[in-house]
Design a protein around this ligand. Structure first.
Ligand code: FAD
Length: 431
């Protein structure tokens, strides 16, 4: 009889809640990872850099586990098929994993759980990727918060050293099953190619001293760039909260709390992954002009700050937070294109793509979300340049042809006209 630990978005051996509990269970532990065909089949780009990233991290994990005379079983397929095979090959007594809050994952886990229980297999799942989950931070009447500030206040009041204590997995590494190394399914087999994208370091880049001041200036590169590692769990959120505390960086800690907040919103309001949180916003008569959408995607709107952001995204799989707000506002308000189009484009391109934060950010920009910007606040792209990139450093880095601003293509829409059109359209829908 063995236990299985299923790695998902927690690709590390240290301070991993579910892994800790599996290794302590008294059973020998076989670790596994599944390249989920259901998810992979939906990816549009053969050289999707996230698959290369996961592959690299999985290989690293496998090597680490093999040093412990065990191995990592890596499968490719639909989870229910993969599990059927595993259960026929091993005498599985229990399955351990960490929570995943996305609607697809919740449904998958519920189905698997029912299947496991029919076979007498225990399914244990744990909180790992957030500090507080589900209903841990709710209003006194038990309802979820939909405004950030009171959520944050309660989050901070509840935080204690207990919630950021690391899980000491290392003590129990001897409980990995003794087994010969397994093979890894190749990227080609799964229909992907290796990407040459550069990935930010897992080593924490200490930007916290000046973060409060510099974080809004995209040319400064003054943010941590840790998001992709948080996405795949190659770092532990508990470790990062500890760093924020040690450095007394309330502003940065607040960003980590936004992340928990959006996870909680998605958990409580799963419909908001694809529909406007404030339902009346789905009455907006979006223009959805395909050509303008294409110009936005390619960074050819004639607004240099928008174009720089989109090109940074297309080239590097990352975009600075301030600019994410600018391009999202531009798409939804200047072009009146449905926030879901933008959300899907980001989902395709961002290395750190996270359904909860992405939908949260998009609905914030469109005005339709929790605690969103009021609809009549429309970012002025020219003012954003003046405030946050006045020397055009960021713009010139990503849009080299801007070196000669006079020959730069004309804006695809006039700012003043777009502003008025937006106000009118939103007003009509929200009346
Ligand atoms: P830092 O400034 O160093 O912040 C540290 C960490 O805090 C981040 O890694 C992230 O985990 C968290 N964080 C920071 N800002 C936010 C925020 N506004 N909301 C939630 N968490 C935050 N973030 C994602 O991780 N995935 C997404 O898909 C995503 N899509 C976004 C879409 C839009 C339209 C907007 C406006 C924001 C989006 N964000 C998303 C939030 C934010 O832009 C990124 O988390 C941040 O730019 C990542 O860079 P960093 O790691 O250097 O951040």
């Amino acid at each position: 009889e063995i236990a299985i630990f299923w790695f998902r978005r927690d690709l590390r051996l240290t301070d991993n809640a579910g892994l800790y509990h599996a290794l302590k269970s008294g059973l020998k532990v076989l670790p596994i990872f599944i390249f989920d065909k259901e998810i992979l089949d939906k990816l549009e780009d053969k050289d999707d850099a996230r698959i290369t990233f996961i592959n690299k991290e999985i290989e690293k994990l496998k090597t680490q586990i093999e040093k412990l005379n065990s191995s990592l079983l890596i499968k490719y397929g639909k989870p229910d098929h993969v599990w059927a095979t595993i259960m026929s090959e091993y005498n599985v007594k229990a399955v351990y994993t960490n929570h995943d809050y996305e609607p697809y994952a919740v449904e998958r886990d519920n189905n698997l759980s029912a299947n496991f229980s029919k076979k007498g297999i225990n399914f244990f799942t744990y909180k790992d990727q957030v500090i507080f989950e589900k209903s841990e931070i709710v209003k006194d009447d038990g309802n979820p918060y939909v405004v950030f500030t009171p959520y944050k206040r309660k989050w901070l009041a509840k935080l204690s050293s207990f919630y950021i204590k690391p899980y000491p997995t290392k003590k129990y590494f001897k409980n990995f099953i003794d087994i010969k190394p397994f093979d890894i399914p190749s990227l080609e087999l799964m229909g992907f190619e290796k990407s040459n994208q550069h990935f930010p370091d897992q080593e924490f880049k200490d930007v916290l001293n000046d973060y409060g001041v510099d974080r809004d200036f995209p040319a400064k590169d003054a943010t941590s760039r840790i998001s992709v590692h948080l996405r795949f769990g190659t770092v532990s959120i508990r470790d990062l909260v500890k760093v924020a505390q040690e450095k007394n960086s309330d502003v940065w800690l607040s960003e980590l709390i936004w992340r928990d907040f959006y996870f909680s919103i998605l958990f409580h309001f799963p419909y908001s992954a694809t529909a406007s949180f404030r339902k009346e916003y789905d009455q907006i008569n979006w223009r959805n002009n395909e050509e303008e959408f294409k110009a936005w995607c390619e960074g050819k709107t004639g607004y240099p700050i928008v174009d720089a952001g989109m090109r940074q995204l297309n080239e590097s799989g990352f975009m600075h937070n301030r600019i994410r707000m600018v391009v999202a506002s531009f798409l939804t308000k200047h072009l009146l294109i449905d926030w879901r189009w933008g959300e899907r484009y980001f989902a395709r391109k961002l290395l750190d793509y996270e359904l909860s934060s992405n939908v949260g950010g998009w609905q914030w920009a469109a005005g339709s979300g929790v605690d969103a910007a009021p609809y009549f606040r429309i970012f002025n792209p020219y003012e954003q340049v003046k405030k946050f990139d006045k020397d055009y450093k960021y713009i010139k880095k990503w849009v080299p042809e801007y070196a000669d601003p006079f020959s730069y293509p004309k804006p695809i829409v006039d700012h003043k006209l777009a502003r008025e059109r937006c106000l009118e359209t939103y007003k009509k829908a929200l009346k």
